[in-house]
Design a protein around this ligand. Structure first.
Ligand code: NAP
Length: 291
């Protein structure tokens, strides 16, 4: 008999956490979103996801939230203001989540990392945090799964689209295997179904069906987006470089965009595709379904 598997998601209100949470639900999991803001969660997730008020800074809330969960999935981010803060979400929050998951006897933790964190030519504190987070997980006393995704299609609508403009910073000479959060969500669901306790630590790179440079991705998106006539707007990296001393947020954007533009991404997801399934959604089809 198939029993319904239960999963607690922290970060379910995020740009990537929300679509992955919905996909997990569609894939038959019973999902509890552990959220700080119940109203925001209701708006983002709609009906069908149990909501539990909790915070990564509050271990007791996590222990209660994870009590009936087979699995925990973490879709966290590091914010520009965290550089000098005492509590770091992907270090201290992650440690709290691991401790709570162990005491709630959760079978496995899944964690969203990043492929571009391996860009080593820039000594950036955020990539150090992401590296440390993986080390913390690998030494945790329970099975973990770490996902290393390339760029998500969702960046185009949620970060780069400003009115009718789609912003492009600098010039990416390399290509990235862009993927939809929905395809990624299916792979996350499959990993929780397939990875057993004896598989211990599982690490997957996550890449989509076709490689694009940033400019090719934006052109493809604009060509296929139906709801409005969009225009590509190029912003020189020099502007970010000039303004970054003035704002932690611009400094953050400069470093991530610089890394994406220069990281020489290779296709490395054969194992992921064999085990967790191939991504099916093309950028053209995804763009046509937006708006
Ligand atoms: N964008 C890409 O192409 C890409 C590619 C590869 C990897 N990634 C990685 O994907 C990750 C997630 O990105 P995203 O854009 O989805 O991030 P996001 O929108 O900033 O989402 C972060 C989530 O974490 C939650 N959160 C933060 N602090 C919390 C706390 N103390 N307690 C409980 N929940 C807390 C937030 O809740 P609130 O709503 O309450 O703030 C939000 O739901 C990032 O780490 C990024 O590096 C992104």
């Amino acid at each position: 008999m198939n029993t319904i598997q239960t999963i607690a998601v922290v970060g379910a209100t995020g740009m990537l956490g929300a679509p992955v949470t919905k996909t997990l639900r569609r894939q038959g999991f019973s999902v509890t979103a552990v959220v700080r803001d119940m109203q925001k969660a209701q708006q983002k997730l709609g009906a069908g996801t149990h909501l539990f008020k909790g915070d990564l800074a509050d271990k007791n809330s996590l222990r209660s939230a994870f009590a009936d969960s087979d699995y925990v999935y973490l879709s966290l981010s590091t914010q520009p203001g965290e550089k000098n803060s005492r509590f770091k979400t992907e270090i201290d929050g992650l440690r709290n989540a691991i401790e709570a998951a162990r005491s709630a006897r959760v079978k496995r933790i899944g964690y969203l990392s990043s492929l571009v964190k391996d860009y080593k030519a820039d000594d950036w504190w955020v990539f150090d945090i992401k590296e440390e987070a993986c080390e913390i997980l690998r030494s945790a006393d329970l099975p973990v799964t770490i996902f290393y995704p390339s760029s998500f299609f969702e960046n185009l609508t949620q970060l780069q689209m400003k009115g009718r403009r789609v912003l492009m910073a600098g010039n990416q000479k390399t290509q990235s295997w862009w993927i939809s959060a929905e395809d990624f969500g299916r792979q996350v669901a499959n990993s929780f179904r397939l990875d057993r306790e004896h598989d211990r630590d599982c690490e997957y790179s996550v890449q989509g069906p076709e490689p694009f440079s940033m400019e090719e991705a934006i052109d493809q998106f604009i060509r296929n987006y139906k709801a409005a006539d969009l225009k590509k707007t190029k912003v020189p990296m020099g502007i970010f470089k000039l303004l970054k001393p003035l704002s932690p947020s611009i400094d953050f954007q400069y470093h991530i965009l610089n890394a994406i533009n220069r990281y020489d991404e290779k296709f490395q997801s054969e194992k992921t595709w064999q085990r967790l399934g191939e991504p099916t959604l093309s950028l053209a089809d995804w763009a046509a379904a937006q708006g």
